[in-house]
Design a protein around this ligand. Structure first.
Ligand code: SAH
Length: 335
């Protein structure tokens, strides 16, 4: 529901200011409609149902992976596609992968979202509605802003929505915002958000030339400046930054790349997550032994590193696979 419209409508109806909070609390706890909100007078429930659509995202399709991962394709009221993923783990973790934009204007070469048409920034309400859709189905307890889009290109809506996720059952410590290193938004996040929301940086190469080939955004915001900002986050928040590194065979997965990565990271400030490449065209995935050898270099340098579990690949719900329009195949870059 559009929370700005909700507040305006309640004010127009002459309702007391606590009503907006009441409606939000019902919604955040998984109410399926205004009619479920039994502490509101009946006439108000009817008036709201007429004036403020309960959800502005329309479900287009929903798919479930063999591993239990769910992917939902939504459409915004003005026709833009948005994908959201729910990952279910055996230990009870229920992790949402939220989109911050429809498509993405950045053009990271290995990511399918970057190859589809960019639509627009999502509003805070549209981001929350993705979470609420799954909350109505089951309890959720983690969220990562790792769906479509670059969160720090849409920093106001991303931060406003992230702060409200707690009401849905996802604490700030279990909320992670992932960025390519878009500095203006990253600076605002570090300066303005005092809550312990976590930060992840998509790095993918430590060498500037290689990183620029893989992620053109590197020309605009050089990695040294981005890492300096991450260290400021670590000092202020006292939490490590996750570093994401997608493993591309013959491109960024050699021991020299691992040594360069280790040299650029302070073990007290960063934790590396190696991501097996999910096919999107253009690259080959690193072998398991190449990933292990890479990790061994990081281990020797005492840089904490884990290999990410791949989820939902059979339904194109895995990292980097969110896209809806037919995508252009990019040619491979060989390092
Ligand atoms: N734009 C933000 C948020 C998206 S996060 C960011 O890039 O951080 C999505 C994560 O999946 C990023 O770390 C991204 O680099 C990674 N990714 C993209 N394409 C991938 C692919 N084909 N296989 C595995 N990981 C991929």
């Amino acid at each position: 529901m559009d929370l700005v419209l909700l507040e305006g409508t309640l004010a127009d109806l002459g309702e007391p200011s606590y009503r907006a909070l009441q409606v939000w609390e019902w919604t955040a706890r998984g109410a399926g409609s205004y009619d479920d909100m039994t502490s509101l007078p009946k006439h108000l429930r009817t008036a709201l149902a007429d004036a403020v659509p309960f959800s502005t995202l329309e479900v287009v399709t929903e798919r479930e992976s063999r591993d239990g991962t769910l992917k939902t394709l939504f459409r915004t009221h003005d026709g833009h596609p948005v994908e959201t993923v729910l990952m279910r783990y055996r230990d009870g973790r229920r992790s949402l992968c939220l989109s911050s934009q429809s498509g993405c204007p950045l053009t990271c070469t290995f990511c399918a979202t970057g190859a589809m048409q960019f639509g627009r920034n999502l509003t805070a309400s549209e981001i929350l509605e993705q979470a609420l859709h799954f909350r109505r189905r089951e309890a959720v307890n983690h969220a990562v802003y790792m769906g479509m889009g670059e969160p720090f290109l849409n920093v106001d809506a991303v931060l406003a929505s992230a702060l409200r996720l707690r009401d849905i059952g996802i604490t700030h410590r279990r909320t992670t915002i992932s960025t390519v290193g878009w500095l203006p938004g990253l600076r605002r996040f570090v300066d303005e958000v005092e809550k312990p929301i976590r930060l992840a940086l998509s790095i993918h190469a430590a060498d500037p030339e290689l990183r620029s080939e893989l992620m053109p955004v590197n020309d605009r915001y050089p990695l040294d400046d981005v890492l300096a900002e991450c260290r400021r986050y670590v000092e202020l928040r006292r939490r490590k930054v996750f570093v994401e590194y997608v493993m591309l065979a013959g491109v960024n997965d050699g021991p020299q790349h691992a040594r360069a990565l280790a040299a650029s990271l302070d073990p007290k400030a960063f934790k590396v997550n190696l991501i097996p490449y999910n096919p999107t065209g253009g690259f080959d995935a690193s072998s398991r032994s190449a990933i292990e050898a890479f990790k061994a270099v990081l281990d020797r340098a005492r840089i904490p590193a884990t290999v990410r579990l791949t989820r939902g690949r059979d339904i194109e719900a895995a990292c980097g696979q969110l896209a809806t329009a037919p995508r252009t195949r990019r040619s491979a870059i060989r390092g």
